[in-house]
Design a protein around this ligand. Structure first.
Ligand code: F6R
Length: 352
């Protein structure tokens, strides 16, 4: 049941701290002790890691591949529907990770099949025990998010990100205090966003906009793409996410006083460059809503701030996602959309 919520989506957004605690349990128990993932123990160290996924799970893969590379591994995300078509070289020393909430997405399952056919090792990171992806892949890791009813993925996205972050640590054998503290603090930090978010007021102010453009740099670019997908799916309005650096290479032509820009700004790594971008956007009259852990620095350059707690930069995209989920939910709610079952969409896409 919806437990008193109007929509499963809001219930599932609010379940995220609980879902993450389940995802982390028994895997990152104490600082200094390494992350333990059963599936990883059975896999010999790959030369290259490919992620194959669709939609939201692809955005989790963009995020994950970057974490793997940061730890010195070769890792590349692919859209599952393009994996075979794009003639990607797959070696027998490649690990192909199918990221799929449902475990039933036809494109992802067939990408795993392609990988198996050429003798690669396959792993699926999924929410559903016994799903097609678990049967196709050599190994499985479960995100343990619990059932997700709303078509728009929310808690399963943050659980995928946490699971894949742990996977990057388990594979690299590197488990710093910052990593363990940061990942273990995620449930409480998300709870504090849920308790204090001003997303509903922002949504009310901008529900009649023409389009929404979430932007971010580095791993926050993946969060921007995911924010835009959420807005599109449930509000039926135009939204497009961009790596912030790309804005000036074309999309800036779309920016007007009717296109709010949601800028994810991580104070540690990118504040200065992002301020330049915010000023460009502001000069076109667009409302700027900063999703940031450094409100004092950014406030002078934004119309509004949606604050996220400070954390190790690797986890900022996860926190920013929660604010954008709430923004999309409250815009759709205001517009009276069919939030849990958006038109034309199905929870799992079992055709290629
Ligand atoms: C977005 C959404 C879809 C799915 C995509 C992959 O909210 O739900 O984009 O993420 O269809 O589904 P899974 O993860 O089940 O393979």
């Amino acid at each position: 049941t919806k437990n008193g919520y109007d929509h499963y989506m809001l219930k599932e957004i609010r379940e995220q701290p609980h879902a993450l605690r389940k995802c982390l349990r028994g895997r990152v128990d104490a600082p200094g002790r390494s992350v333990s993932i059963d599936a990883v123990e059975a896999i010999t160290e790959p030369n290259h890691v490919h992620f194959v996924a669709c939609g939201t799970s692809y955005h989790a893969s963009l995020y994950a591949a970057r974490l793997f590379r940061e730890r010195g591994m070769r890792a590349t995300p692919f859209l599952a529907s393009q994996y075979d078509l794009d003639a990607i070289p797959i070696g027998t020393d490649t690990l192909v990770v199918g990221v799929t909430q449902s475990g039933e997405t036809a494109d992802t399952v067939s990408a795993l099949q392609v990988a198996n056919d050429v003798g690669a090792t396959t792993l699926t990171v999924t929410n559903v025990v016994g799903s097609s992806a678990t049967r196709e892949a050599d190994h499985a890791m479960y995100i343990r998010a619990g059932p997700e009813i709303s078509v728009a993925a929310t808690k399963t996205f943050v659980s995928q990100q946490a699971a894949l972050a742990m996977l990057s640590s388990a594979f690299s054998g590197e488990c710093t205090r910052e990593f363990v503290t940061g990942i273990r603090a995620l449930p409480d930090r998300i709870q504090s966003i849920l308790d204090q978010s001003r997303a509903k007021a922002i949504a009310a102010e901008y529900a009649d906009a023409d389009a929404y453009f979430p932007i971010g740099r580095g791993s926050n670019a993946a969060a921007a793409l995911e924010g835009a997908l959420k807005i599109k799916e449930i509000t039926y309005k135009h939204a497009e996410g961009f790596p912030a650096g790309e804005l000036k290479h074309g999309p800036l032509a779309l920016v007007t006083d009717r296109t709010p820009v949601f800028a994810i700004v991580d104070g540690d790594s990118e504040a200065e460059t992002m301020i330049g971008t915010l000023n460009e956007v502001d000069a076109r009259g667009a409302p700027v809503i900063a999703v940031t852990d450094c409100p004092e620095t950014i406030e002078p350059h934004a119309d509004h701030v949606l604050e996220v707690p400070e954390t190790d930069s690797r986890f900022t995209p996860i926190l920013a996602t929660v604010q954008l989920q709430l923004v999309s939910y409250w815009i759709a709610n205001r517009l009276g959309r069919s939030i849990d079952k958006p038109r034309n969409l199905a929870k799992s896409v079992t055709v290629e």
